[in-house]
Design a protein around this ligand. Structure first.
Ligand code: PBG
Length: 324
């Protein structure tokens, strides 16, 4: 048979395949989420095998381990003991996230990029992401004021980057202004610009004890059927001063990651969320799939779609695999 085009020619040896590989996974672009609690014990999270809640006084050692593995950064979630209607612990200087960030920064300095999740849902007794109106919906503008205060408190504690995850309108611009006024004009904002109302967040809510007591988050987060709206959200956040854009979840929304990559020049992050991770772990534990191969392929697919940064519960494990 005569064929001019034989793509298989470039797949003949491992070295040749590596040489022509277009996308790769690198530890420096991986971000490990870290849950910090006010309890004294390390608490493994049942629905996220391999992931734990870390006490404030033990989290720095974990951060040092991640830095040694070459992981690029951490994304910090505080889980307070005291929750109330107004999420008053969220911006407390002595809050769990603030103490954890300070401990990590003291331990690793600039060897990890310390990113903080800016939201209220872990801190409110009702589990919603902000101040509630009588009808149970989150009230936008008063919530934005709180988010500004939370972001500033994180920067004061030593965060390198703040990442608002609430989906309130106008919060990126308000946070930019608040940071600048507080003397943090050089602290970047990684905006959860495109965050879907997704069922893939289940294990996270378990981990953060933040499942809404009633209702859901569909009044703030995006409808999974919407694509054009993602471009609109991204453009709005850029106009307001976002330095990086995030898409969340990742694998069910690779088309959205690709669209942001093609339309905007800023770094794009994608959050491979708790449910995405838990499914691979569960199938792996059952022997139904090769866990390591599937996890690696998952993270690579997110990079190929256009994400520069991949936030994943598998970040540390993947970094150790990459070391060989
Ligand atoms: C909100 C927040 C959530 C996640 C990250 N930030 C939960 C939500 O919006 O309900 C989910 C992340 C995951 O599932 O891994 N602070």
């Amino acid at each position: 048979m005569f064929l001019i085009e034989r793509p298989r020619r470039l797949r003949r040896t491992a070295r040749l395949r590596e040489m022509v590989r277009e996308t790769s996974l690198e530890a420096r672009g991986l971000v490990q989420p870290l849950f910090i609690s006010e309890r004294s014990e390390v608490e493994p999270i049942g629905s996220l095998p391999g992931i734990s809640r870390w006490p404030v006084d033990k989290v720095a050692a974990e951060a040092e381990r991640l830095a040694k593995l070459g992981v690029g950064g951490v994304l910090i979630f505080g889980i307070p003991e005291h929750k109330d209607e107004h999420g008053s612990q969220a911006d407390a200087g002595s809050g769990v996230a603030q103490r954890g960030v300070k401990a990590i920064r003291d331990a690793v300095g600039d060897d990890l990029v310390i990113i903080t999740d800016v939201c209220m849902c872990e801190y409110t007794s009702h589990g919603h992401c902000g101040i509630l109106r009588p009808d149970g919906q989150v009230e936008n503008d008063p919530t934005v004021d709180r988010l500004v205060s939370i972001a500033v408190s994180h920067a004061e504690a030593g965060a390198h980057v703040v990442a608002p995850s609430d989906m309130m309108d106008g919060r990126v611009g308000a946070i930019r202004e608040g940071l600048d006024e507080a003397g943090f004009s050089e602290t970047p904002i990684m905006s959860y610009a495109v965050k879907y109302a997704s069922a893939f967040y289940g294990p996270f809510r378990d981990a953060a004890e933040s499942t809404p007591a009633f209702g859901d988050r569909r009044g703030a987060q995006m409808d999974p059927g919407n694509f054009r709206e993602a471009l609109r959200e991204a453009a709005l956040d850029l106009d307001q001063g976002a330095d990086m854009l995030m898409v969340k979840p990742a694998m069910p929304y690779l088309d959205v990651i690709k669209a942001l990559r093609d339309n905007f020049e800023v770094p794009i992050a994608a959050y491979h969320v708790s449910g995405e991770y838990a499914m691979v772990k569960a199938a792996g534990a059952n022997g139904w799939i090769d866990e390591r191969a599937v996890m690696t392929e998952s993270l690579l697919s997110i990079r190929r779609a256009g994400a520069d940064i991949v936030i994943s519960y598998a970040a540390a494990e993947a970094a150790s695999w990459l070391r060989g």
